[in-house]
Design a protein around this ligand. Structure first.
Ligand code: 5SP
Ligand code: FE2
Length: 234
């Protein structure tokens, strides 16, 4: 695992893992060293906010017992006001919900933080950043979706990188403590452009769990991100 202050982070998404063997799939990216993931990304989908259904709190609770990798829960659900805080109470490291799913994002973020987790705000590819800039102090992570939420294995949408560049400037100007995370279509062909734009944390589902050796895929993606960020002077 990277420990340098601004080292890029890799968060394998278990959406692309074998759901019948989640403990082993987590263990595949949990060995200490370069092959260890920073976070394990858990996609919670309710078949209402997105047209797909995955897993919920009971499986997250089991995963928390099965791995020591911090869980990065990405809630693609309606009514995060009601359903997000229990993930924090259960022990998730990050609880991220969608800006499009609530009228009270600051209230949800405060409830998540009060329950002991980091709060994340996610925006779909077509959602502008500007209406949310003022509330970002209440969040620890901004998750920029680089595919339409709902499915793994989709093609990266490069246009969203303009939002990453804009938020990077805003973070510097306002001295915010906010991690920028990107999710969707991140692989060996796309991670460098995302890293150069200023992403801190890279979710990768099929690029990690579709690889013969998930741990080696984590190490290789991180190496690419480190080099791209260095080249961009980040
Ligand atoms: O949230 C989502 C999809 O909605 C993602 O976390 C995917 O699971 C990422 O998978 P890849 O695009 O990396 O295969
Ligand atoms: Fe996700």
């Amino acid at each position: 695992m990277c420990t340098a202050a601004n080292a890029p982070m890799i968060a394998p998404s278990i959406l692309s893992a074998d759901f019948a063997n989640l403990a082993d799939e987590a263990a595949a990216v949990a060995e200490p060293g370069a092959t260890r993931a920073d976070w394990l990304h858990v996609d919670v989908m309710d078949n209402h906010f997105v047209p797909n259904l995955t897993l919920g709190l009971p499986i997250v609770e089991s995963l928390l017992k099965a791995t020591d990798i911090p869980l990065d829960c990405h809630l693609m659900i309606e009514n995060p006001d009601r359903w997000a805080p229990p993930y924090a109470e259960a022990g998730a490291h990050n609880v991220t919900f969608h800006a499009e799913a609530t009228d009270n994002p600051v209230g949800v973020a405060r409830d998540i933080r009060a329950a002991g987790a980091k709060a994340g705000l996610s925006i779909k590819p077509g959602t502008p950043l500007e209406p949310y800039l003022e509330i970002l102090r209440d969040f620890d992570t901004l998750l920029v979706m680089s595919v339409e939420p709902g499915f793994g294995g989709q093609k990266f949408i490069p246009d969203v990188l303009s939002k990453v560049r804009a938020i990077r400037k805003y973070i510097a100007a306002e001295d915010l403590k906010l991690l920028v995370e990107i999710d969707g279509g991140i692989n060996a062909d796309t991670i460098e452009q995302a890293a150069e734009a200023g992403v801190d944390c890279f979710v990768a589902g099929s690029a990690v769990y579709g690889a013969d050796d998930p741990g080696q895929a984590v190490a290789a993606l991180r190496r690419q991100a480190v080099e791209a960020r260095a080249k961009a002077g980040i």
